[in-house]
Design a protein around this ligand. Structure first.
Ligand code: IMP
Length: 431
């Protein structure tokens, strides 16, 4: 296969970092196509831990082109800092190895301020639990046609006009929230200062990718967040502000839909969620605590404790369908070691009716109670297993049942953060 899309198939934090790193070794180009520095991908390469937020995972591997596509919203100050941090770890980043699409909208300090002020002002039930990074307000400005995009940084008159247009919208909003008006001149000065540091990497990414594809190069499209946080198909309004599902890979960098050959869904062997919103299989008991403790379930970006619960096969059927997932990578199987019984959600009960999908209306979602199937657990350790033969029989049964219930084959199983601790069934890049 020439081009592979990796998407999180739950609410994010499925362990994409390790799988993306493994695949990026086989790819020539690694492209981010949505989200921003709300993401947090941890990579462990040759014993060094890299924590990436805005940069594609490919940057830590030599000889690859990493691309930030137009579907991303980009905080230029964060980008420059992250480049410096990764460089300090010995990684070389140059305009030959990193390109930022010229039509990428910027996240400005005013977006973060608005994001945080709205969350503070929100009453219980309306708070989203955002990362506070300004993602939502930056996407609002994009569809509102008042973004400052990377290319606008190149011309002072254009930049000033774009700032004035944005402030016409933002100052009244800020007034309503009790925030001071924007210091226009300071913002323009900040943008002028950062401009050359970002423009260095600016490129017509769609064109570069066309040439790469023509010369037979392989692209890895690196998704962030998870399909249940998708602005259209997620648990709206408790979602992020971008399309997260695999179709976004094409529009988020400027290739046609036919460019995608394989979609790999990353799926944790149980479920977690950060932030607010419905979570039918959430466990507020000792089992939930245990999953969180064993799985080290704290956010890379915000450090927040993640909510934990049983595996939800019903939601997985949905996300595999909306992203056209060809195979899944099942991660963190070892976290389930030692449970006597494992529960898997196979449907919901809504007001006495059995459903095989999560309804769209938020009030109905909140009233859905999970219908569980129980599977026997295993007492042996699966940590570090690299073949089926190393897994206890009940662990294999669990994986096979998951496969059946979600109607999608398992392409790999990950049994520890180490990249070699993986059972490979299908290599998404193999022809
Ligand atoms: P935002 O993307 O900061 O606007 O946050 C919206 C929702 O998406 C919140 O529930 C966040 O916790 C969640 N979210 C955003 N990015 C990630 C991520 O990378 N992993 C998991 N959850 C995320």
């Amino acid at each position: 296969m020439a081009n592979v899309v990796v998407v999180g198939a739950q609410w994010g934090d499925e362990g994409k970092g390790k799988i993306v790193d493994w695949l990026s070794e086989r790819a020539d180009v690694i492209a981010r196509f949505q989200g921003g520095h709300n993401a947090g991908h941890t990579l462990v390469v040759d014993g060094t831990v890299y924590k990436l937020h805005a940069l594609p995972s490919g940057v830590v591997r030599g000889g690859k082109l990493s691309v930030i596509g137009n579907g991303v919203v980009l905080d230029p100050w964060h980008l420059v800092n992250e480049i410096e941090t990764v460089r300090a770890q010995g990684v070389s980043i140059t305009p030959e190895t990193l390109m930022v699409a010229e039509n990428t909208p910027l996240i400005l300090p005013i977006h973060g301020e608005l994001d945080r002020a709205r969350e503070e002002a929100a009453s219980k039930g309306t708070k989203i639990g955002t990362t506070g990074r300004g993602i939502g307000p930056a996407y609002e400005d994009k569809v509102g046609r008042r973004s400052i995009r990377v290319a606008d940084l190149a011309d002072e008159a254009t930049l000033i006009a774009r700032v004035d247009r944005a402030l016409q919208h933002h100052d009244p909003l800020r007034k309503g929230l009790g925030i001071e008006p924007v210091d226009r001149d300071a913002l323009i000065a900040q943008l002028k200062e950062i401009a050359p540091k970002v423009l260095e990497y600016a490129a017509p990414v769609w064109k570069v990718l066309k040439e790469k594809r023509k010369s037979g190069k392989r692209i890895l499209f690196e998704g962030a967040q998870g399909a249940l946080l998708d602005i259209d198909f997620g648990t709206y309004p408790f979602v992020t502000s971008s399309n997260v599902i695999a179709g976004q890979a094409a529009t988020g960098v400027g290739v046609g839909p036919g460019a995608v050959d394989y979609v790999l869904g990353i799926v944790k062997a149980y479920t977690t969620r950060v932030g607010e919103g419905p979570f039918p299989t959430e466990l507020l008991d000792d089992d939930g605590e245990r999953l969180g403790r064993r799985g080290h379930e704290f956010g890379v970006t915000t450090g927040r404790k993640r909510r934990c619960g049983w595996f939800d096969a019903c939601l997985l059927r949905q996300t595999c369908a909306t992203s056209g997932v060809n195979g899944i990578a099942l991660t963190k199987l070892d976290v389930l070691d030692g449970f006597d019984v494992l529960k898997v959600c196979v449907g919901y009960d809504l007001d006495g009716k059995r459903l095989d999908y999560l309804p769209t209306a938020a009030d109905q979602q909140a009233r859905c109670t999970p219908v569980y199937e129980e599977l026997p657990g295993w007492s042996e350790s699966t940590e570090g297993a690299r073949s089926w033969a190393e897994l206890p029989a009940n662990a294999i049964k669990y994986v096979r049942r998951v496969e059946e219930l979600i109607d999608c084959p398992v392409a790999m199983v990950s049994t520890s953060p180490e990249r070699e601790d993986t059972i490979l069934v299908t290599d998404p890049f193999a022809d």
